[in-house]
Design a protein around this ligand. Structure first.
Ligand code: HEC
Length: 175
């Protein structure tokens, strides 16, 4: 009799823990999905998001996001170094198939946010070599929101002129 009560108690606790864990996970997923990119600085988004998990919500086929991104490229003076169309000036082209640290959304967002010195401190190395090699300054608190930076990166993608297979970095089968 005593043992029966004990078993029922243990089972209840077990089921309770599972239920709580599931609830917790659902809650965390919802919280992650609910990030409002217009209200968060790129620097904070990078800090809060595990490496590899940043994905651009905009496609480079979305004309309005791309147009806004092109304006931001000018207003945040990326163009001073990279040229108005991102095609390169004093600094590397953003439109060719050479990606210095990698061409995926996550890496590009972190590079512009942290700058190349901090990115390297976090373990990234130059894997591609552009004709100009120099430091990329950090923009994580200059660009007003993650949304602005995603639009800039959508614009950059829309100007891509390299080998289609390398648009998002070196394809996995070539690494
Ligand atoms: C002072 C000059 C300068 C400014 C301003 C600047 N960049 Fe850069 N950017 C660089 C340099 C230099 C590199 C190469 C970094 C390296 O080799 O570590 C670079 C690299 C990049 C890359 C990676 C290119 C590749 O081929 O992998 C992207 C994307 C980028 N910048 C975007 C931007 C954006 C967006 C802005 C504006 C918010 C911006 N940059 C402003 C100098 C600049």
């Amino acid at each position: 009799m005593r043992r029966g009560v004990l078993i029922v108690g243990l089972v209840t606790i077990f089921v309770g823990v599972i239920a709580l864990c599931t609830l917790g996970r659902v809650w965390a997923d919802n919280a992650a999905a609910a990030v409002d990119y217009t209200k968060i600085l790129p620097a904070d988004l990078v800090k809060d998001t595990p490496k590899g998990k940043l994905v651009n919500p905009y496609k480079d086929t979305q004309a309005d996001a791309v147009a806004a991104g092109g304006q931001f490229l000018l207003s945040y003076s990326c163009s001073g170094c990279h040229g108005g169309g991102g095609g390169g000036g004093m600094c590397p082209a953003l439109t060719n198939d050479i990606w210095v640290y990698g061409g995926d959304d996550d890496t590009l967002f972190r590079l512009v946010t942290l700058g190349s010195d901090e990115l390297q401190k976090q373990g990234y190395t130059r894997v591609g070599r552009e004709n100009v090699v120099g430091p990329m300054p950090p923009f994580g608190t200059i660009i007003k929101s993650a949304d602005d930076l995603w639009k800039i990166l959508a614009f950059v993608r829309s100007k891509y002129s390299g080998d289609p297979a390398y648009k998002f970095g070196t394809p996995p089968d070539q690494q």
